[in-house]
Design a protein. Structure first.
Length: 220
């Protein structure tokens, strides 16, 4: 076989392999990006920066390198302490689906993430919050990522943001049962921050949340 013929076969194979690798990278980036938005529910109680501190819950940066329920000084529930070893994708998937079942007596008020695709995205995003990101992939990693609000909240601009913010502390059905004026929604968000430990939203997100709520769950 001549060098020319060899090159004709090798070069297409090289670019085919490069395309496949690039496709996987794009898919991973898309999953991680989706996980970052889904993780709004986590950010209400946890910090994820390397220098993060305890707020409502312990900081989660470096979670892959810690034993379960081991962050110094945090008062974990007995239900979580009964689990041993380090967090991995499988354990996180079960925990995020239903924290109260995984760790009976847990202090977390978060009800869990029902959609497997959303959990896969959050777990992929959590993997990036480690000095050496682990390969955290679940069986649902290729599934569509549904918003926490699908089937509960009215479809509309910023529904996903509202679902992420509100589901961190309570059922979205509670939101769907309301009918408040814009001013009352403003007061409710302020009360959630001042009295219920909710993190204050930045100006753009606050405006988006209030606009959505007053549009779809407002009063005339």
């Amino acid at each position: 076989m001549t060098n020319k013929n060899m090159n004709e076969r090798v070069i297409p194979l090289f670019f085919s392999s490069l395309f496949l690798l690039s496709g996987n990278a794009v898919a991973d980036e898309a999953l991680i990006a989706a996980g970052g938005q889904q993780a709004m529910v986590c950010k209400a109680c946890h910090q994820f920066e390397p220098n993060g501190v305890t707020v409502v819950g312990p900081p989660l940066y470096g979670i892959a390198e810690r034993e379960i329920a081991s962050y110094p000084g945090f008062n974990y529930s007995d239900g979580l302490k009964q689990h041993s070893g380090k967090w991995d994708a499988e354990k996180l998937d079960v925990f995020l689906a239903d924290p109260a079942s995984y760790a009976p007596g847990t202090n977390m008020v978060f009800p869990g993430v029902a959609d497997p695709g959303a959990r896969a995205a959050i777990i992929a995003w959590l993997a990036t919050k480690n000095p050496t990101p682990p390969d955290w992939t679940t069986a649902a990693a290729s599934a569509p990522v549904k918003s926490a609000g699908d089937g509960i909240l009215e479809p509309g601009e910023n529904m996903a943001l509202v679902a992420s913010v509100c589901s961190a502390c309570h059922s979205l059905h509670l939101v769907a049962q309301q009918g408040l004026s814009r001013d009352s929604w403003e007061e409710t968000l302020e009360w959630m921050v001042d009295e219920q430990g909710m993190d204050e939203l930045d100006e753009a997100d606050h405006e988006a949340v209030v606009t959505y709520l007053s549009t779809y769950y407002g009063t005339e």
